[in-house]
Design a protein around this ligand. Structure first.
Ligand SMILES: Nc1ncnc2c1ncn2[C@@H]1O[C@H](COP(=O)(O)OP(=O)(O)O)[C@@H](O)[C@H]1O
Ligand SMILES: [Mg+2]
Length: 360
């Protein structure tokens, strides 16, 4: 019997459309001899629907409750320790075997959705609750990296309720420095600060997205990324890729608005020693942050050769131009085999989790 895989896409975050795009690609590439796909869309308002086929991606650019009045409203439930989809229309439940969440940002990548799957006893692709939520919060991500001896930029935490002092930051981090919302993504609210006049309006903007902002030392280096795949005890790293950014930094404009904002070079032009160092650091970061399944680790490689970890992404994009699957392809792992492996890992992780006694 084919395993029933629920591809869960959309969601309430700003990256709803990116998620639809990623999900379309995963549904195209998944091995249909092995898996039956269930198309589960979460609207921008947070309602869950099941769609009968991949036409959902042609019919809707985004999912909004207003346009989905006829659609099949569902929820996921657990009954006798097994997970099911329950349809409000038919009042029937159908068994599912595994979830592949491809919702970026809050309520998708931050551990909340992963917690829901755990409660349902539903195997799911990717990082668990702890690594997902730590990976989303740049402060705790950096604390854990620092504690593990992984080089990352010096930083300060700014709170909305406490007035920030520009000169104090420059004294500690130098000038220019970066500010970013602690919990965001896609470079929203990220700014390079070069002067005191610059600081106040940019900080105000960053505080729009989070009550906590992180100020970081500017690292002048190449932007290199590496894909990691596997369970926490046995991860493997892909060949690294490089983003040659044509803007001052990899801003929202460079990422999404300017089609020539960055050039992708896979594999990155690095020495064998540099490749090894980056792969080892990617694996160390993955293990230190308790990751499972998949994670993309992003680096800065400075002119003097020093390598810094910038951040991790526990649910990287899966669009046609996304780095995560492309770096695996360059490493000899085809897109559809990558998806099969991710689903297999979900079952393995679930089995490991269930070996722990819940009652005594
Ligand atoms: N400390 C830093 N030094 C130099 N550039 C940085 C620094 N932090 C961020 N950047 C630039 O800003 C971009 C977005 O920042 P990042 O921390 O990756 O946020 P996001 O999670 O939104 O991708 C990076 O890709 C890089 O171009
Ligand atoms: Mg980034």
């Amino acid at each position: 019997m084919k395993k029933k895989i629920a591809i869960v896409f959309g969601g309430k975050s700003a990256e709803h459309e990116v998620s639809m795009n990623s999900a379309r690609n995963i549904c195209n590439a998944i091995d249909k001899n092995k898996f039956e796909i269930l198309y589960i869309g979460v609207s921008k308002q947070g309602s869950w629907y099941e769609f009968s086929n991949a036409n959902v991606f042609d019919t809707y650019k985004a999912l909004n409750d207003q346009e989905l009045k006829e659609a099949d409203l569902i929820t996921l439930i657990s009954y006798q320790e097994k997970p099911y989809i329950f349809s409000f229309k038919t009042q029937e439940k159908r068994a599912i075997d595994c979830a592949f969440p491809i919702i970026h940002g809050t309520m998708g990548e931050d551990g909340t959705l992963q917690g829901f799957f755990r409660i349902l006893n539903l195997p799911f692709v990717g990082c668990g609750v702890l690594s997902a939520s730590v990976g989303m919060d740049k402060e705790y991500m950096k604390r854990l990296m620092t504690e593990s001896g992984i080089a990352n930029s010096a930083y300060m935490i700014l709170k909305k309720s406490v007035p920030a002092n520009y000169h104090e930051i420059v004294k500690k981090l130098g000038s220019p420095f970066f500010i970013k919302p602690a919990n965001a993504g896609s470079s929203v609210g990220v700014h390079k600060i070069k002067s005191a006049e610059d600081f106040d309006p940019k900080l105000k903007d960053a505080f729009q997205y989070d009550l906590k902002v992180i100020a970081e030392e500017f690292i002048d280096g190449r932007e290199v990324e590496c894909s990691v795949l596997g369970l926490n005890q046995s991860p493997k790293a892909s060949l690294p890729g490089e983003l040659i950014v044509k803007h001052e930094f990899y801003s929202y404009e460079a990422k999404y608005l300017d089609p020539n904002g960055a050039e992708i070079v896979i594999p990155a032009k690095l020495t064998d020693e540099q490749v090894k160092e980056i792969q080892n650091l990617a694996i160390k970061t993955f293990q230190s942050l308790n990751c499972d399944g998949l994670t993309r680790v992003d680096f800065f490689v400075r002119k003097d050769g020093r390598v810094f970890v910038n951040e991790i992404n526990t649910l990287p994009g899966f669009t046609k131009i996304s780095m995560y699957p492309k770096m695996w392809e360059a490493s000899g792992l085809k897109y559809s085999d990558l998806i099969t492996e991710l689903v297999q890992l979900a079952f393995e992780k679930h089995q490991l989790d269930n070996q722990i006694k819940m009652s005594f």
